[in-house]
Design a protein around this ligand. Structure first.
Ligand code: ZN
Ligand code: ZN
Length: 274
């Protein structure tokens, strides 16, 4: 998917209506993604419908696609949780978002009012925290998506991880949408939706890296490189990256310059971030 959102400046003209659009639907564990025509209902109370302009795949999608955990199995389903897009319409009661706002969906939502949201000790909201077992909207326990199955019957399509982004339009709880500056490039903001914030947050919050620290990062995919960037932002004096895959070096150089160190193990490649 790839456009900037500017073409929606005139408005969507679809508020309150069911939208028919394309989505990548998974019908069962490890079955191929099928591009289906789905219907997306209007957002209900405290919900937001957004046009997804960019989305990417993450390992968490893979686990749900495989149905590794039986309790996680819910099909047909629209996976995807890392994305960026534009608000198409909002449901009753949503005041801080409006049509045309540039947004990223977040799977670890924040209602802003519960004791967890008000506590500085956690960001795991009591109502909208990340929940791989949830497959319907919090408000009424229903799905906002439907599709016609092989037998010709319309049936619900399940949501995934508070988000479901492998679709042209999706419906989210207001707590799972973050408004961003409209001049920020949406194709890059997409990565803030999961990989980059997971990595930077691991260094910034979970490890709470201190100025002058030495930090080792194991695994240099998108999350690992973001950990290195988070450690750099916190003032780490030395950041070492380790990966079994030498190809990560080329990809890593795109995000952050690093130097390969002498091998101390024949299976491991070790880098120093500059
Ligand atoms: Zn992810
Ligand atoms: Zn909360």
């Amino acid at each position: 998917m790839g456009n900037t959102g500017k073409e929606y400046a005139d408005g969507f003209h679809t508020a309150g209506k069911v939208i028919t659009c394309k989505a990548a639907v998974v019908w069962g564990p490890e079955e191929p993604f099928v591009i289906e025509e789905v219907q997306v209902e209007p957002p209900q109370k405290m919900e937001v419908r957004i046009k997804i302009l960019f989305t990417s795949i993450c390992h968490t999608d893979l686990g749900a696609w495989k149905g590794l955990n039986e309790m996680q199995r819910a099909y047909p389903r629209i996976l995807g949780h890392e994305a960026a897009g534009v608000v198409e319409s909002v449901g009753e009661g949503v005041e801080d978002l409006k049509e045309g706002d540039h947004v990223v969906p977040i799977f670890n939502g924040e209602c802003g009012e519960c004791t967890h949201c008000e506590s500085p000790m956690t960001n795991l909201c009591a109502r909208f925290r990340v929940d791989p077992f949830k497959s319907v909207m919090a408000g009424d326990g229903r799905s906002r998506f439907s599709v016609i199955d092989r037998a010709g019957k319309r049936r619900p399509v399940y949501h995934f991880l508070n988000t479901s982004t492998f679709t042209e339009f999706t419906v989210l709880d207001y707590a799972c949408v973050v408004k961003i500056n409209p001049i920020a490039p949406l194709q890059r903001m997409c990565l803030l939706s999961c990989g980059i914030s997971t990595g930077v947050g691991a260094a910034w919050n979970t490890a709470n890296v201190k100025k002058g620290s030495t930090v080792a990062v194991f695994g240099l995919g998108a999350v690992g490189l973001a950990v290195a960037e988070g450690a750099r932002l916190r003032g780490a004096s030395e950041i070492i990256g380790v990966d079994i895959n030498l190809e990560k070096f080329d990809k890593g150089m795109v995000l952050s310059s690093m130097k390969r160190l002498d091998k101390f193990d024949e299976n491991l490649n070790v880098f120093r971030f500059k």
